[in-house]
Structure formats: structure tokens, C-alpha cells
Design a protein around this ligand. Structure first.
Ligand code: NAD
Length: 495
């Protein structure tokens, strides 16, 4: 069956179709698999107005009842897991096991959010005044815009949506223009949950398709209370500035330039496995993909050849075939950016192995390993492709300093069995990233922790822990149950 027919069938099982003026090409083989429609300015305007109306109803629904909708949505995702995962693979090109993992992540965050819907607690605070009580309440914030990137076409939306929904917000989703099909499918699954729920307001969560311009229109709209934007640092710089101009709240989840340190006290086999998955899994197209590796001098001459051998024999090809560990790059532009970075690295003295195109339809490449003597040029920035820059180190403090000496601050890891080294790496003077791991790679986070990074990664946190607070507004309430009016700090104002 052609991919086009498969897409039609997968969407049919959800009772939807995709059609419009814009072609959709699958990175799996480059073929056109569907068409879709971008939202017109009038449709964007209508979506925001509808989201405001939905919010006014939804915010008054008790939070545990809001959790019930998310529970039903999680169950609907369970029912459609296999089909949605296949569509994820066709839309963005990641291996089917990772497509399944992405849908599992959606289910997991739904479960997390259902529990959270009974735990949106504020504090009760001791007042300094007699006969007074202080407390804080968390209230729904408002219409929430989710802008997502192509490489996690459904999970990132779900991280935001599950939390936003239990927190009482309405949602507008502007998916990546490179992966419009999965958004159509997820919306159909969500609407099934809405039907089962019974009395959710219309337009509680909407999809608005389009590119940068549609996203920018939504970001500038003063009715949008929260913007959760996932994508490149260039996108976030733009979105962040526009949002700051109108004091909108943002969660910015931007690019990474993630590093790992392989200590001389590492479990070498485990380190090799961890490096291979995080550098070359998902064809290097994760925000948390490993891009820089610092290998202890005493291990370098054995570890790096082993790494090159394993990378060169990695099975690359059709991501729907479970024999392949990595699929294609998203498009030709990604391949051009990869080649440009490799040329620049070579001109700086880098020794390259791999990186060449694998023949066939779709943009398939061999993982690239570049041995560098220092961090300069492309090593200092994110190239969204399977390139790993490898460097030697002698001194852990120096390796940590070099790890931190880039603009991004998303993910990092150390491979070591020495507790002092590991704790040093995790300490306040260690990794400066939002994610710091020990004996696992930089990618593959679980939903239970808050996800995000510092510096040019944007500073936002989403998913687990207390990330829900970004989706709500905090009100501090002081209640006087006495007959007096004592003022705080002993101030007098006697009439
Ligand atoms: P991208 O920045 O090209 O696009 C991301 C989204 O932003 C798309 O939906 C796009 O239409 C929209 N957009 C672009 N410019 C905009 C603007 N000015 N205003 C409003 N919307 C705009 O990113 P991409 O190529 O789809 O994804 C890859 C990038 O995303 C990488 O840099 C990767 O590290 C990053 N990423 C980060 C995370 C994270 O959680 N930190 C997760 C996934 C991907």
C-alpha cells in the first residue's frame, strides 16, 4: 500500500480527512501523502474568539471534573495508539518504536494530569496580624497557545494540553507546518473524548494550521494569556520579544547543544550505548540529542574508534521497518544545514567520519562523528542533524566549563562510577543545564520531571513536577475575621 493510501486509511479510522491547497510530503520516501489547509486570517480570528468563550465556561468546571475529560482523552489515545504512532512516523520520519513511545508519552501525561486535577493546591500562610488568615489560590489563566515543532509532533502538545485542560484553560494548537497530519488525527481523538465527556464547552481545544505567519498572528493577540512555544532559539527569540511587549506569559522550549562527559571511571559499554542512542537516535533530531562529547584522555583512543565502528554499522532506513534504528532527516534543507556544518568543522581542522547520504528516496544520512581539538564554529551551535563533535579532556573542572560554554542550556550528562565526580557534576558549580543526568544519555526524558532548559533554551518548564503552575494565576487572599483593622508592618492610620 502506498503511504498516501495508508494516510487516508489511518485518518479514516478516526472519521476525518485531510485536504486543502498545501501539499504534505512524508520524509519516509519524499512522496506526497496528502494535502491540508492553512487557516485564513478570518479563521485565526474566529478561533481566538471561540477560545475566549470556551475559557469562560471551562474555568468554572471543578478541576477534578476537568480531569475526567483528560482521563477519557488518555483512554481514547490508548484505543488509537498504534494508528497514531504510524501516522507520527509517516509525518515526521521517526522510527515506529519512537512513534509508539511518543503516543505513550501522551498517555502518561494524561494520567499525571488526572491525578494533578485533585492537587492544584495553594498554601495557607500565617498572618502577622491578629484575626487574619492568608491563603493563596490557583485560578485558570486563560486561552493557551501551544506552538509545536516537527520533531515531537504530538507529545509536546499533549504535555501542554493535559496540564492546561486540568488547570482550566482553553487551548489553541499551532502545529508545525511540516507535520500537519498528526494534529488533524489528535484533534479527532480529542473530540471523541469530548463527546464521551458530554458537557465540555465547544472549541475547548482547537487546531489552527499554518506556518510562521499564523503563529506570529496568534502570539501578538492580546487575548492569548499564555504562549507555550517549542522550536528553535531563533523562533523563541522572536516569540519571546513579542510576548514581552504585551506582558503575556510564556513557556519557551528552544534549541539545545547538549554535551556528555565520559570519565575514565565510566562503565564503558554502558557509556557507548548511551552515547549512540542520544547522539544518533531520532537521526539527531531531538532537542536533547547529544551533540558534544568530552572523552577522558586515557579512554579516548579506545572509546572513539569503538564509537565510530558502531555508528557506521547502525541500520538506517525506512522508519516503518523495525530493523532500522534511525530514519530520515525531515527535509533537504536539514541535509544542506548538516553538510554546511560538516564543511565548516573540517575547515577548522575537524576529522570527519560518516555524514554521507545513503541512497534511496527520502533524506537518509550516516551519523557523523567529528573529532575536534577545540570548541569553535559549528560546535558552539545546534545543527539539527546526527553530528557528534568529540573532544579530549584531562581535568573534570575543565570539561564541565567547556560543557557550559555554549549558548544553550538544555541537557547534559556524565558517565562515571565515581560518586564524587557525579555529585560534582550535579552541584551548583556543575552542569548549568535544566537537565543533568548520570549514566544515561542526554535524551529520552520521562514526563514526571519538569522539562526544559536555561539560557538560550528559553527557561521554560513543562510536563511534570510543579510545571502546572505556569498554566495558572496565583491569587494571594488576606481575610480579616476580627473587628479591628490592624495594618501590616505596624503602620498606623488612625481616623
Ligand atoms: P522551528 O523554530 O522552525 O518551528 C517551530 C514552530 O514555531 C513551528 O510551528 C513554526 O511554524 C513556529 N514558528 C516559527 N517562527 C515563528 C514565529 N516567529 N512566531 C510564531 N511561530 C513561529 O523549529 P523546528 O524546525 O520545527 O524544530 C526544531 C527545533 O525545535 C530545534 O531547534 C529543537 O531543538 C527545538 N525543539 C525544542 C524542544 C524543547 O523542548 N526544548 C523540543 C523539540 C524541539
Amino acid at each position: 500500500m502506498s503511504l498516501q493510501h495508508e494516510v487516508e486509511n489511518l485518518l479514516n479510522t478516526l472519521g476525518v480527512t485531510a485536504h486543502g491547497a498545501e501539499p504534505v510530503h512524508s520524509p519516509v520516501d519524499g512522496s506526497q501523502v496528502a494535502t491540508y489547509a492553512q487557516a485564513t486570517p478570518a479563521e485565526v480570528e474566529m478561533a481566538v474568539a471561540q477560545s475566549c468563550t470556551a475559557f469562560k465556561t471551562w474555568r468554572m468546571v471543578p478541576a477534578p471534573r476537568r480531569g475526567e475529560l483528560v482521563r477519557l482523552f488518555g483512554n481514547a489515545l490508548r484505543d488509537h495508539k498504534d494508528n497514531l504512532a504510524r501516522l507520527v512516523t509517516i509525518d515526521c520520519g521517526k522510527p515506529l518504536s519512537e512513534g509508539l513511545g511518543e503516543v505513550q508519552e501522551m498517555i502518561d501525561i494524561c494520567d499525571f494530569a488526572v491525578g494533578l486535577s485533585r492537587q492544584l493546591h495553594g498554601l495557607t500562610i500565617a498572618s502577622e496580624r491578629p484575626g487574619h488568615r492568608m491563603m493563596e489560590q490557583w485560578h485558570p489563566l486563560g486561552p493557551t497557545l501551544v506552538i509545536s515543532a516537527f520533531n515531537f509532533p504530538v507529545a509536546v502538545w499533549a504535555w501542554n494540553a493535559a496540564l492546561a485542560l486540568v488547570c482550566g484553560n482553553s487551548i489553541i494548537w499551532k502545529p508545525s507546518e511540516k507535520t500537519p497530519l498528526t494534529a488533524i488525527a489528535v484533534q479527532a481523538i480529542f473530540e471523541q473524548a469530548v463527546r464521551d465527556f458530554g458537557d465540555a464547552p465547544d472549541h475547548l481545544s482547537q487546531v489552527v494550521q499554518g506556518g510562521r505567519d499564523v503563529g506570529a498572528t496568534l502570539v501578538a493577540d492580546p487575548r492569548i494569556a499564555l504562549i507555550s512555544a517549542t522550536g528553535s532559539t531563533a523562533m523563541g527569540r522572536n516569540v519571546g520579544q513579542v510576548a514581552a511587549g504585551r506582558f503575556a506569559r510564556t513557556i519557551l522550549e528552544l534549541g539545545g547543544n547538549n554535551a556528555a562527559i565520559i570519565s575514565d571511571k565510566a562503565d564503558v559499554a554502558l557509556a557507548l550505548h548511551g552515547v549512540l542512542f542520544s547522539a544518533f537516535g531520532t537521526t539527531g533530531q531531538r532537542c536533547t540529542s547529544l551533540r558534544r562529547l568530552f572523552v577522558h584522555d586515557s579512554l579516548y583512543d579506545s572509546f572513539v574508534p569503538a564509537l565510530k565502528a558502531a555508528a557506521s554499522s547502525m541500520p538506517i532506513g525506512d522508519p516503518l521497518d523495525s530493523a532500522h534504528l534511525a530514519g530520515p532527516l525531515i527535509d533537504e534543507a536539514a541535509f544542506a544545514a548538516m553538510q554546511a556544518a560538516l564543511e565548516e568543522a573540517k575547515a577548522l581542522g575537524g576529522i570527519l567520519s560518516g555524514g554521507e547520504r545513503v541512497t534511496g528516496n527520502g533524506v537518509y544520512v550516516r551519523p557523523a562523528i567529528v573529532e575536534m581539538t577545540e570548541q569553535s564554529g559549528p560546535v558552539l551551535r545546534e545543527t539539527f542533524a546526527p553530528i557528534l563533535y568529540v573532544m579530549r579532556y584531562n581535568d573534570l573542572d575543565q570539561a564541565i566549563a567547556r560543557q557550559n560554554a555554549v549558548g544553550a542550556g538544555l541537557s547534559s550528562s556524565i558517565f562515571s562510577t565515581d560518586v564524587r565526580e557525579c555529585e560534582r557534576f550535579l552541584s551548583a558549580s556543575g552542569s548549568d543545564c535544566g537537565i543533568a543526568n548520570v549514566n544515561i544519555g542526554t535524551s529520552g526524558a520521562e514526563i514526571g520531571g519538569a522539562f526544559g532548559g536555561e539560557k538560550e533554551t528559553g527557561g521554560g518548564r513543562e510536563s511534570g513536577s510543579d510545571a502546572w503552575k505556569a498554566y495558572m494565576r496565583r491569587a494571594t487572599n488576606t481575610i480579616n475575621y476580627s473587628n479591628e483593622l490592624p495594618l501590616a508592618q505596624g503602620v498606623t492610620f488612625d481616623l
